[in-house]
Unconditional design. Structure first.
Length: 423
């Protein structure tokens, strides 16, 4: 059997879908109604209908490619389980391969290792000199306590026992009062440092990542908008939410950079900033994104950083874009569109790596919650950044046990000024 490195991108994409289909068949319950199969989504939200003869599916992946998707493969593996023998039907168990020893070690030691890695990150934050007044909570301890509170998933008061344990282990100078943690979350000076820590926490995996993907997702708040609709004759309630824009390494699902914006900010305009920050620490070879990022500016921005763009064109996307006043070169756009039209299997093999962004958001929300508990705008932004930082610390822990990497962060300390934290 040939190795993965010798396969074409189309073969790699097919094998990836087969593997995900095998996982669905092994962990989900598929229901059959006549010739149709109902296959649950791998993310746990909703289901799709598969007609195995001929192989069709109602999922967006099949609608785009018109080729077997992971749900079709899940039905195929489920059908293979049953073999008819003289004594009846025998069900074969399909096992999903997993390095359980490494996985178990990472999961059982995760909380302690996350706290240690976070302490290493926070140790580079210089605490301001206090000349008068009551001693304040060190700035580095504020970041540590706010992040570990989000990791625990508990309220600030209920998380106090964890903070006292961290004090006993020497990870913080003193366990603060719960109001001090709440005040830290509402501190606007915390935001640039959290962003810098998110970016720095991804650096141990810089040698592993060459393919990247961008996307956004919403985090709902506990604040609601209410208005009376004359059209429907009733009051309508809608939760306010923030949007997290991230760039993700598609191999380990580590987040290289993140921007938190109001819900009405367009995705496309955020991509150049995500690219600029990620390129400082990573050698970017390929970048994929969905149609929401399709623009001449974004295609050229990806190329300017030495990467190859894989953004799915729309049905009416045309060749022959003109050169504008900023000097963008039209051949970059045409090259990507020609790749999509004439070598579509290879293009989609790279493009569908963007599904790792959706997986990353699912990991964050499933583990640390999709709702924001904070009530003020600044605290809400800081809370989302803390959730992202927690995820980024869990990823190196898994890689330490599975890949044997060594997590090293700052080479030199960052300054206390917020502008220096972003450099």
């Amino acid at each position: 059997m040939s190795t993965t490195e010798n396969h074409t991108p189309g073969d790699q994409a097919r094998e990836a879908r087969e593997q995900r289909g095998l996982e669905i068949a092994a962990t989900k319950n598929l229901n059959r109604k006549g010739d149709l199969w109902t296959v649950p989504s791998s993310t746990g939200h909703g289901a799709y209908v598969v007609d195995y003869e001929p192989a069709t599916c109602t999922c967006p992946d099949f609608e785009l490619r018109r080729e077997p998707c992971k749900h079709v493969y899940a039905v195929e593996f489920t059908i293979r389980r049953e073999e008819t023998t003289a004594s009846g039907t025998v069900t074969e168990t399909i096992a999903y391969r997993q390095e359980w020893s490494s996985y178990n070690a990472a999961q059982t030691n995760e909380k302690g290792r996350v706290a240690e890695l976070l302490r290493d990150l926070c140790s580079a934050v210089d605490n301001p000199v206090q000349k008068r007044g009551r001693p304040r909570l060190p700035f580095s301890d504020s970041i540590f306590c706010a992040t570990m509170k989000c990791y625990s998933g508990m309220s600030t008061r209920r998380a106090m026992s964890d903070l006292r344990d961290f004090e006993a282990r020497g990870l913080i100078d003193k366990a603060p009062h719960y109001n001090s943690v709440i005040n830290a979350m509402e501190n606007p000076d915390l935001t640039p440092f959290l962003k810098a820590l998110v970016e720095q926490s991804a650096t141990p995996l810089a040698d592993l990542e060459t393919d990247f993907a961008a996307d956004s997702s919403g985090f709902s708040t506990c604040i609601y908008d209410r208005w009376f609709s004359h059209k429907y004759g009733r009051e309508i309630t809608r939760s306010q939410w923030l949007k997290a824009h991230i760039m993700v390494g598609t191999k380990t699902n580590v987040i290289t950079t993140a921007e938190i914006t109001p819900s009405n900010v367009n995705d496309s305009r955020m991509l150049p900033d995500l690219l600029e920050t990620s390129a400082k620490r990573f050698d970017m070879k390929r970048v994929s994104a969905d149609k929401g990022y399709l623009s001449q500016r974004n295609v050229q921005a990806i190329t300017d950083y030495g990467a190859e763009p894989f953004i799915s064109p729309k049905a009416n996307t045309q060749f022959g874009v003109h050169r504008d006043s900023n000097g963008w070169k039209p051949h970059t756009w045409n090259k990507m569109l020609a790749y999509y039209r004439y070598r579509r299997d290879e293009f989609l093999g790279h493009y569908h790596r963007r599904s790792n962004v959706e997986t990353t958001f699912h990991m964050i929300k499933a583990k640390f919650g999709s709702r924001i508990r904070s009530k003020t705008e600044i605290a809400q932004v800081n809370e989302v950044l803390c959730k992202i930082l927690c995820h980024n610390l869990c990823v190196p822990v898994q890689s330490i046990y599975e890949l044997g990497i060594e997590a090293k962060f700052w080479q030199s300390k960052i300054a206390q000024e917020p502008d220096a934290a972003n450099q």
